[in-house]
Ligand binder design. Sequence first.
Ligand code: SF4
Length: 332
Amino acid sequence: MFEKVFVEKEIRHHPRTLHILSKLRKEPFLIDQIEDYFGRVKKPYLQKRDNLNLFIGSKKGRTVKQAPDAYGLGGEPHYYFIHAYNCIYECEYCYLQGYFNSPDMVFFINHEDIAKEMKQLIDNNAEKTIWFHAGEFSDSLALSHFTGEIPFYFDFFKDHPEAKLEFRTKSANTREIEKMAPLPNVITTFSLSPQERAEKTDRGCPPTSTRIRAMEKLYKLGHPIGLHLDPIIHSENLFSEYAQLLDELTEKIPADYFEYVSIGVVRFTKEVYRQVQLNYPESDLLVGEFIKPEDGKVRYPGSLRKHILGKIQKMCLEKGFKNEAVYQCMEN
Ligand code: SF4
């Protein structure tokens, strides 16, 4: 999977580094710090297809950051934490295009520092339920069997039932979660699109039916799960495809089992939109009517967004998802 592996000297013999290297079976190059190499020279995004390197190190500076408004269910503080950069998948709409100077992957192994920052936030917000989201800059489960941090976070959140953790994924790689005893405050969430759509744009991701099977496994084991119907991409058969997706899903898992369902339509920053045009000029993602309002987001016109979001939300509610669990993402 990785052409070359670079490891910071300081953590070369850390048990987590040894665990990752044992899975990769590759002799690493030792470096002083990731910042000296990662992204120092611009590496085209699509080189991830045949020349992907991995960096393993320790994240300096802040590892937990406040999430943007409307990131999750309203009324509660949301934070994301940074334990990896970049992703093995290649969704055409991915916001990581052009975000870093390089598509190479980075694993940060200093999870204790992340937990320390989380603890401080929990202590400072004693009267609130704080959410922590993994996977802002990477898929949080796709390579979790390599990175091995899942038990650490289950232990931490077992001791902090007042806070919540979300692992968000487009993978079907639930094997590490399956080994854990379920916790009500650790929620695994899946981003799903109808199969026809996923085949066109979710390059490298498992088929939708495989992801639904993974969700079903977690449901049967009693793990809380959530759903992201995001990004929704406008097409002629949009609503019939989503109706089929919701049918398939609720045949396997009762709709009222889901902790929450977020619904969002595709949107880009100007820079990501430019990258999509460059990387996927033939993509039907670009066919839609987009506007560029003052906030810099490239997205469908308001009336179309409202129509899509309203209709999909109604379909979810008719399927039996809990009213208070269904919300529209990034619209407010
Ligand atoms: S799974 Fe997420 S992070 Fe990975 S390529 Fe797709 S959108 Fe990007």
